[in-house]
Design a protein around this ligand. Structure first.
Ligand SMILES: O=c1[nH]c(=O)c2nc[nH]c2[nH]1
Length: 473
């Protein structure tokens, strides 16, 4: 799809997070987005024709070069979702995990698939489909892991740039504890390959408007101490973000203790977070996926360093890693967002991750901590503004404010007619979606129904930086 070069006025109902536990509902509102995708003005409770006449001259807009996107009653604009953790290279394996847990899952399902993407044709098919699918679910920004292979990592970045999906793209670094056919030959080779991929990604998007590189040590067990040290140095030298996994599974944690004693790392103790910290990898630009079994001390250290957590409830349930205590992390002051973690997680949908975050928090509550429950408002905050902070883009995306960029989705729910059919669906046609709205629901109830029963059929259009990147026909 070509970039839309016009200024645009979006008009209708807008819903976004005001704070962690509050959504704001803006009705009869006009949002003025310039041809570069930046929000220039937000006018609430206004008449579209009047406001256009008064605001166009102030914005220096010519009426002939302005597109209007006025949505129907009952539909709403919502900020695009931010998937703070997923493996594009694992997309073909969604739903394929059997009864495995992390370490056997990696060996049985994951490493063979990732290695096979060194075939460029296969990588192109997988990445193209992954980007299309996540866009169709309203994911406007994704923090991707690619593979060890440099050309296929670069291809993922190229495809994100071409399709317009905002992305952090990381070449996976790993030099130990995986088969010889899927690992870096040495720490030096790993860093050289990472530099090559960073240079490519910077080349295609020097201003990092859509795509940016991210330094990606897979997780401590698959990286030697020299590699972790060199990647910490690379992070300091480049100022780039870092993404990795932490404390997902009890077997993994035991392995980290065994592999990285304080005598090797120089850390004060043998904690998992302490290992990353010892190597300069725990900074305010670090995205830590999972964080299921952290100790008090680790959560404290993560908060002190300003590192962020990607909560992955789908994956944590599917491969039986555990129930992360998100309320506890938030109350400690740790910034959290949501990750689908495909293909540990079986779904490409951040809406599904949000709904599972709500459910998993209820399991934590059933364990005795009633305050652990996350509300509809809270999980949608994590899916948007929380995620924006996790990936370091909170000034650009996550809500509808002047100065932010237009990363948004248009949501339409099924409006039930008096005869019990869904409006717009002809007799004999399949109904479009699982959400039935009867008309008496409050806006809060409509959003709750969307969270718990919505899917890509409700996501009619998706924009990134003002560009239409998906439309459901
Ligand atoms: O959920 C996960 N997916 C992975 O690919 C991975 N690698 C290390 N640890 C991991 N956890």
């Amino acid at each position: 799809m070509a970039a839309d070069k016009k200024n645009t006025v979006f008009y209708g109902t807008f819903i976004h997070s005001k704070k962690l536990d509050e959504l704001e509902y803006l009705h009869n509102t006009a949002v003025f987005v310039d041809s570069n995708g930046k929000i220039l003005a937000v006018e609430r409770d206004c008449d579209l024709d009047n406001i256009a006449t008064t605001l166009f001259p102030k914005l220096g807009w010519q009426a002939g070069n302005v597109a209007t996107e006025k949505i129907k009653d009952g539909q709403f604009f919502f900020p695009g979702f931010i998937d703070t953790h997923l493996h594009a290279s694992q997309y073909p394996n969604v739903g394929i995990f059997g009864k495995s847990t992390l370490l056997d899952w990696l060996n049985r399902y994951t490493f063979p698939l990732e290695a096979s993407l060194a075939d460029p044709a296969k990588a192109r098919a997988v990445y193209t489909r992954c980007i299309r699918k996540t866009l169709s679910h309203g994911t406007t920004c994704a923090a991707y892991y690619a593979t060890v292979d440099v050309p296929s990592t670069n291809l993922l970045a190229d495809l994100c740039a071409a399709s317009g999906q905002r992305a952090l793209v990381g070449r996976v670094c790993m030099d130990q504890l995986s088969p010889a056919w899927y690992r870096d030959e040495s720490p030096e080779a790993s860093v050289a390959a990472t530099r090559a991929s960073i240079a490519h990604i910077r080349g295609i998007d020097p201003a990092m408007e859509i795509v940016r590189p991210v330094i990606t040590p897979r997780f401590a067990p698959s990286c030697s101490a020299p590699l972790l040290r060199m990647l910490g140095e690379l992070a300091r030298e480049t100022g780039l973000p870092v993404q990795t996994h932490i404390s997902e599974n009890v077997g993994e944690i035991a392995l980290v203790k065994e592999l990285f004693p304080p005598a090797l790392t120089g850390a004060a103790d043998e904690s998992y977070a302490g290992v990353y910290d010892a190597f300069g990898l725990l900074t305010d630009k670090t995205i830590l996926a999972h964080a299921v079994h952290l100790s008090e001390g680790e959560a404290e250290l993560i908060r002190e360093r300003g590192a962020k957590v990607s909560h992955c409830p789908c994956s944590n349930s599917a491969i039986t890693s555990g129930a992360a205590r998100v309320r506890w992390l938030i109350e400690k002051g740790v910034v959290c967002g949501l990750g689908t973690d495909m293909s540990g997680g079986y779904s490409p949908s951040v809406l599904e991750a949000a709904r599972l975050a709500a459910l998993v928090s209820r399991h934590v509550a059933m364990g005795g901590d009633e305050g652990a429950k996350l509300s509809v408002e809270e999980v949608l905050y994590l899916a948007t503004r929380g995620g924006a902070e996790v990936v370091g883009l909170e000034k650009k995306v996550g809500g509808f404010e002047v100065g932010k960029e237009w990363d948004a989705q248009l949501v339409a729910l099924g409006e039930v007619d008096v005869d019990g059919t869904v409006k717009g669906v002809e007799a004999g046609e399949a109904e479009d979606g699982n959400v039935d709205v009867f008309g008496w629901e409050s806006w809060e109830e409509r959003v709750a129904k969307w969270l718990f029963n919505g899917d890509d059929r409700n996501t009619r259009k998706v924009w990134v930086k003002g560009r239409l990147v998906h439309e459901r026909k």
